[in-house]
Design a binder for this molecule. Structure first.
Ligand code: NDP
Length: 288
C-alpha cells in the first residue's frame, strides 16, 4: 500500500487560518504583525521565495515590506538598513534572504538582526537558546517538520530519528527539536560511512542535502515517516526532493511530496514566528 501523503499545503492552510485569527486579535490591540524581507541580487529562486513570503503575509493580514537591492549593495549599507529595521516599531520580524552576494559576510548580517526580530531563528543567540531547549524562535523549516509530525500525532518519544544533512538552518536545528521531543537521533553528513545502514534504521527520516533523489527505496525502513526537505530543479525544469519519491512511497508509512510538503510549511512557520514576535511586542512589559 502506498504511503499516506503528508500534505503541507492543506496543513498550512489550517495553521494559517489560526495565525490570521491571532493576528487580528493583536492588530486590534494596535500591534499589526509586520515582516521585513530583504533580498540582495537577482538570484531567481530567491526572488520567487521572497515574493511567496510577502504574499503569505498579505493573505493573513500582516504588514510586510519587501526591500530589493542590487547585487552591488555594500555590506555596510545592508547593516545600516538592518539597524534601522531593528528599531522600527512596525516591524516584528526581519528576514534576509540567503544566499547573499559573495562580498557580503552572511554571518555578520545574520548577527546584526536583533534576536527579538530574528524570525528565521538563525542568530547565534537563538541557535544557542534552541540548543538548551529555550528557543525564542525555532528555525522555520525544522519547526514546519515538527508540525507535520504533530499533525499525525506521531509518537516521537523513543522513536529513532535520522537526519541526513547537518546545515545550521535545517539539519542541526531539526536534530535538536527531535531530541527535545524525546527521539533518539543520528545526524548524517557527506562523510557518513554506509548511509543506508543509518537511514534503514529510522522510524523518522528527515533528509536535507540538496542531492536530488539520493534516498532510494532500499534505504528506507518499511512504515517510516519520511520528510523530504530538499528542493532541486531538474534539467527538465521540474522540482524534486532529495528522496526518490516514486520508489520510497511504496515503502514508507508517510511521506511528504515535493513540491507541496515542507516548502509551504516553512513559510507558515515564518508567519507563526512573526505573529509570536508581535504578540510579545504587544505585551506591556515588552522592551520593544
Ligand atoms: P546545505 O548545502 O547547507 O547542507 C547540506 C547538508 O547535506 C550538509 O550537511 C552536507 O554534508 C549534507 N550532504 C550533502 N551530500 C550528502 C550525502 N551524499 N550524504 C549525506 N549528507 C550529505 O543545504 P541546506 O540545509 O541549506 O539545504 C538542503 C536542501 O534543503 C536544499 O535542497 C535546499 O534547497 C532545501 N531547503 C528547503 C527548504 C524548504 O523550505 N523546503 C528550506 C531550506 C532548505 P557536509 O556537512 O558534510 O557538507
Amino acid at each position: 500500500m502506498p504511503a499516506q501523503l503528508l500534505d503541507g499545503v492543506a496543513l498550512s492552510k489550517k495553521i494559517r487560518t489560526e495565525i490570521a485569527a491571532r493576528g487580528a486579535i493583536v492588530t486590534a490591540k494596535g500591534v499589526r504583525p509586520g515582516l521585513a524581507v530583504i533580498v540582495v541580487g537577482e538570484n531567481p529562486a530567491s526572488q520567487v521565495y521572497v515574493r511567496n513570503k510577502v504574499k503569505a503575509c498579505e493573505d493573513v493580514g500582516f504588514h510586510s515590506v519587501l526591500e530589493r537591492y542590487s547585487a552591488e549593495l555594500g555590506e555596510k549599507e545592508l547593516l545600516a538598513r538592518i539597524a534601522t529595521l531593528n528599531t522600527d516599531p512596525a516591524i516584528h520580524g526581519i528576514l534576509v534572504q540567503l544566499p547573499l552576494p559573495e562580498h557580503i559576510a552572511a554571518e555578520r548580517v545574520l548577527e546584526a538582526i536583533s534576536p527579538e526580530k530574528d524570525v528565521d531563528g538563525f542568530h547565534v543567540a537563538n541557535a544557542g537558546a534552541l540548543m538548551v531547549g529555550q528557543p525564542e524562535f525555532k528555525p522555520c523549516t525544522p519547526y514546519g517538520c515538527m508540525k507535520i509530525l504533530e499533525s499525525i500525532d506521531y509518537p516521537i518519544r523513543g522513536a529513532r530519528a535520522v537526519i541526513v544533512g547537518a546545515s545550521n538552518i535545517v539539519g542541526k536545528p531539526m536534530a535538536m527539536l527531535l531530541l527535545q521531543a524525546g527521539a533518539t537521533i543520528t545526524i548524517c553528513n557527506s562523510k557518513t560511512r554506509d548511509l543506508a545502514h543509518h537511514t534503514k534504521d529510522a522510524d523518522i527520516l528527515v533528509v536535507a542535502t540538496g542531492k536530488p533523489k539520493m534516498i532510494t527505496g532500499d534505504m528506507v525502513k518499511t512504515g517510516a515517516v519520511v520528510i523530504d526537505v530538499g528542493i532541486n530543479r531538474l534539467p527538465d525544469g521540474k522540482l524534486c526532493g532529495d528522496i526518490d519519491f516514486d520508489a520510497v512511497r511504496y515503502i514508507a508509512g508517510w511521506i511528504t511530496p515535493v513540491p507541496g510538503g515542507v516548502g509551504p510549511m516553512t513559510i507558515t512557520m515564518l508567519l507563526m514566528n512573526t505573529l509570536e514576535a508581535a504578540e510579545k511586542a504587544s505585551k506591556p512589559s515588552s522592551s520593544l
